[in-house]
Design a protein around this ligand. Structure first.
Ligand SMILES: *Cc1c(COP(=O)(O)O)cnc(C)c1O
Length: 377
């Protein structure tokens, strides 16, 4: 693409890729906690856990300090370590594979389906060995993976399914919420996600033993029974602060509205981006997409990074969506996998994927301008 093609029109203000939805009411809710002086894991954290449990219709919700901490605790609580293998999609945010390394286990990468950017469920069985213990399924960009199908495969081989639903609070498959299919679901509350605590995450499960382990592990290994506290494990400090929880609680009241607004813009993009060099996302009929990211795929004839610069010169913030994880330095040097051969779809998404702005501060005019510029590429 020649840079000149987009030169005639630039918006006066920068349109960021992402912007958290924070109102004065949210800010006041945070201030109230700061004024109270009770800052860490108190009633606001409990309130957050209760409202997410009610929303997802799940027994236990455990709030922690980040989405990465949720995944780390999930693996630890399931006792995954040493010789164990964990199946992960090759294309995701790095945390998905990093946590497997952090517990000393081996991530076994499986390519994605290029239409959904989610793990290709037809390629999972051939990656299972006698050492496989779990599958981390990622619901990438807010679209549920083939989770029903994956649960069947996992059950057949006796594997645990951890749902990395970092991007997918509110996403469904056949009307069931992502994060509630596996033994444990994990969500992030980073500012790139739909609602945010700054840094934060929640674990969700119907399993009493796991929930108990999560609560102990996030709090220095402390178990409280009959008002007596004992330190029974070398735990972590993965607690969330109460002012962070207050921020989420305040935003959560309009969670559905935020998703609805983003869905309207996403639908506008789906209807109006008409460029043979840009493949727009596909949403299977049995799924509800929450549009954490609107991720398009650029034709191989286009240099993605040039397009990013070009759109930046028009005041439109875009970026790549996720990594081909086995292609990143640490994993490449350790496992030396031929990524182009083994994970062609993940490599394509990594090289040619482009996330375009989608958030509640985006106006109709902004969206129309973005479409206009995309259609000129
Ligand atoms: C954001 C994200 C994470 C990590 O969450 P943090 O809260 O940033 O630690 C993990 N997995 C996926 C798929 C993500 O998108």
């Amino acid at each position: 693409m020649g840079k000149t093609q987009l030169e005639n029109k630039a918006t006066t203000t920068f349109i960021p890729l992402m912007s958290p939805d924070i109102t004065m009411e949210d800010i006041n809710a945070v201030s109230e906690v700061l004024k109270s002086g009770r800052l860490v894991q108190g009633e606001k954290v409990s309130e957050l856990e209760e409202s997410i449990a009610r929303y997802l219709n799940i027994k236990h919700v455990i709030a922690v300090s980040s989405g990465t901490a949720t995944l780390h605790l999930a693996l630890i609580a399931l006792g995954i370590s040493g010789e164990d293998e964990v199946i992960v999609p090759a294309f995701s945010f790095m945390a998905t594979a990093n946590v497997v390394e952090l517990v000393g286990a081996k991530p076994v990468f499986v390519d994605i389906n290029i239409d959904t950017f989610n793990i290709d469920s037809t390629k999972i069985e051939s990656a299972i060995t006698s050492r496989t213990r779990a599958i981390i399924v990622v619901h990438e960009f807010g679209l549920a993976a083939e989770i029903g199908e994956i649960i069947s495969i996992a059950n057949k081989y006796g594997l645990s399914v951890i749902e990395d639903s970092a991007c997918a609070l509110g996403a469904t498959e056949n009307s069931q919420y992502a994060g509630t299919f596996g033994i444990v679901g994990s969500f992030s509350l980073h500012p790139r996600k739909t609602i945010t605590s700054g840094e934060g995450g929640v674990l969700v499960t119907n399993n009493d033993d796991l929930a108990n382990k999560f609560r102990i592990l996030r709090n220095h290994g402390a178990e409280t029974k009959n008002r007596k506290t004992e330190f029974i494990l070398p735990g972590y400090n993965y607690r969330m602060t109460d002012f962070q929880a207050a921020l989420v609680n305040s935003q959560f009241k309009r969670f559905e509205k935020i998703i609805e607004y983003k869905s309207i813009i996403a639908q506008f993009y789906l209807n109006n981006v008409k460029n043979s060099k840009i493949k727009i996302p596909y949403v299977p009929a049995n799924k509800k997409h929450t549009w954490q990211t609107f991720h398009v795929l650029l034709d191989s004839s286009l240099e993605r990074d040039e397009i990013i610069d070009c759109l930046m010169s028009k005041n439109i913030g875009t970026n790549y969506g996720a990594q081909c994880m086995p292609f990143q330095k640490y994993f490449l040097e350790k496992y030396k996998l031929n990524c182009k051969e083994l994970f062609p779809c993940s490599m394509l998404a990594y090289k040619q994927g482009l996330a375009i702005p989608l958030h509640t501060k985006l106006t109709e005019d902004n969206a129309a301008f973005i479409v206009e510029q995309l259609n000129k590429i």
